[in-house]
Design a protein around this ligand. Structure first.
Ligand code: ADP
Length: 451
């Protein structure tokens, strides 16, 4: 295997497939691994690979752990020859004042001996734009969007400079749209100026894909970029690579799907709630999980699995198992759990995530071979529980969400459960970030796989 060009570290699993999807579409042959392979091997990297995306679940873990895992990933990516490192986070930032983006960026900069990086979660294809350092989600500021009431990372400040500054020790600056509009040369000059003033990280405005192409060229020589998945479209050009023919992104590049179809939804984001309603409105089978029951006994998980088993006697799916509910209901549940069991908000999320992970395991053992998971943290837990070690990127369902072919790891699965690759089993998976995807996503996604 020759050296890779780009090494990427993603702070969650849906974000990793989102990034890998954009890299593939921009012309980079990309492999996504789940964490760093246990033995540090490069067995997943066959043939010519331009970019490797290491998916971590480090968005809401304690900072020290996020930093440790990110540095381990960096070490591995450098050993593969990566010329540039890309730290990927969510296009809605998903990181409060106590968040990990600042500490991880800082640690990566120190390890790479670099004194400057850019910060740009912009993803115009999904309506995430940055103007004067303020992040917009569609037509509204981040803090006025539904992200304001996210169960784990409520975003109440839209000013990325202020937000990043609260997490980052060095000075954070801004490169605004006027500079970006003047092109690559002006952007490079501004980077040099900010650097000479001691600024260590600059939020960069981006209103369109063209802005990201300009920024891509301007950051060619930076050892580290930090961004949402959007900037990925601007980096391939630096390595002389061109966007792939959309036909090359056809379903045929994944093996034929097998097995039952299921959707697991642990996202409480606005778009997911609409997708759940849409699925139910089609009269397709659904089962709602109750977090209070989950906190009391594992029998609720068994009930969900029994229900699924009965459904699959009548239909190949898709079926839906979900815990998604509106922000006020989430608050009531979090409050009920904190009074009855003195659990914190993250504990409440964990109960649901763990249940989803057990259900994902139960479903694959039941013969589910096509699994769609909604929710970043939720996807992370499911992918870990299924012992998935790498994901091959297939056709894009909607911006930021491709179908993937997930291959199991070689490590021993917990509780004597079989690892996914026993008998060379793979599974088709789509990992959807909360607010991504069209309203009929849960029924539409399957049409992109061969029947
Ligand atoms: P998104 O991509 O929309 O942010 P995530 O899966 O990352 O979705 O986060 C949603 C969080 O909310 C998870 O920790 C999940 O376990 C938790 N959650 C899901 N359903 C409920 C519920 N009914 N009550 C409380 N928390 C929930």
């Amino acid at each position: 295997m020759s050296n890779i060009l780009l090494g990427c570290i993603a702070d969650d699993f849906t974000g990793a497939t989102d990034l890998a999807n954009n890299l593939v579409r921009s012309g980079m042959r990309t492999v996504q691994t789940v964490g760093v392979p246990k033995d540090g091997s490069n067995a997943a990297l066959k043939g010519e690979v331009h970019a490797v995306v290491v998916a971590l679940k480090s968005r809401t873990t304690p900072s020290s752990q996020a930093v440790f895992e990110s540095l381990e990933a960096l070490k591995w990516l450098k050993s593969l020859g990566a010329k540039q490192i890309y730290f990927k986070y969510c296009s809605t930032f998903d990181s409060t004042k106590e968040g990990n983006i600042g500490p991880v960026t800082q640690a990566l900069m120190e390890a790479l001996h670099t004194d400057f990086t850019v910060v740009t979660p912009a993803f115009p294809d999904n309506g995430r734009t940055i103007f004067k350092g303020h992040l917009f989600v569609g037509d509204v500021l981040l803090a006025d969007s539904s992200m304001r009431t996210h169960p784990l990372t409520p975003m109440t400040d839209s000013n990325l400079v202020r937000l990043m500054q609260s997490q980052f020790k060095g000075t954070v600056g801004l490169i605004d749209y006027k500079v970006v509009a003047q092109g690559e040369g002006a952007l490079k000059q501004r980077i040099d100026l900010l650097r000479s003033q001691g600024v260590k990280a600059a939020v960069v405005d981006a209103l369109s894909n063209e802005d990201l192409m300009v920024l891509g060229r301007a950051v060619k020589d930076l050892p580290l970029v930090s961004a949402g998945s959007g900037l990925a479209i601007g980096l391939a050009q630096n390595f002389g690579l061109k966007p792939t023919n959309p036909c090359a992104n056809s379903p045929t590049n994944l093996p034929n799907p097998k097995g039952f179809k299921a959707v697991l939804s642990g996202s409480c984001s606005e778009m997911t709630l609409k997708q759940v309603q849409h699925f139910k409105g089609l009269g397709l089978p659904f089962f709602q999980l109750d977090p209070i029951k989950l906190s009391q006994s594992s029998s609720h998980i068994q009930s969900a699995l029994e229900w699924a088993k009965n459904q699959f006697k009548q239909t190949p799916g898709p079926i839906l198992i979900y815990s998604s509910c509106a922000p006020d209901e989430v608050r009531l549940i979090q409050r009920a759990l904190s009074t009855s069991t003195s659990m914190s908000i993250s504990n409440a999320g964990e109960i649901v995530e763990n249940a989803m992970a057990d259900i994902a395991n139960g479903l694959t053992q039941m013969g589910v071979g096509q699994l769609l998971v909604a929710g970043g943290e939720t996807s992370g837990k499911c992918v870990q529980a299924l012992k998935i070690s790498s994901l091959q990127i297939g056709p894009q369902i909607d911006p930021g969400v491709p179908w993937c072919y997930a291959l199991g790891g070689t490590s021993k699965a917990p509780q004597n459960k079989p690892a996914l690759n026993e008998g060379n089993l793979g599974i088709h998976m789509a990992l959807k970030s909360g607010n991504f995807g069209r309203e009929d996503f849960f029924s539409y996604a399957w049409t992109l796989l061969p029947h």
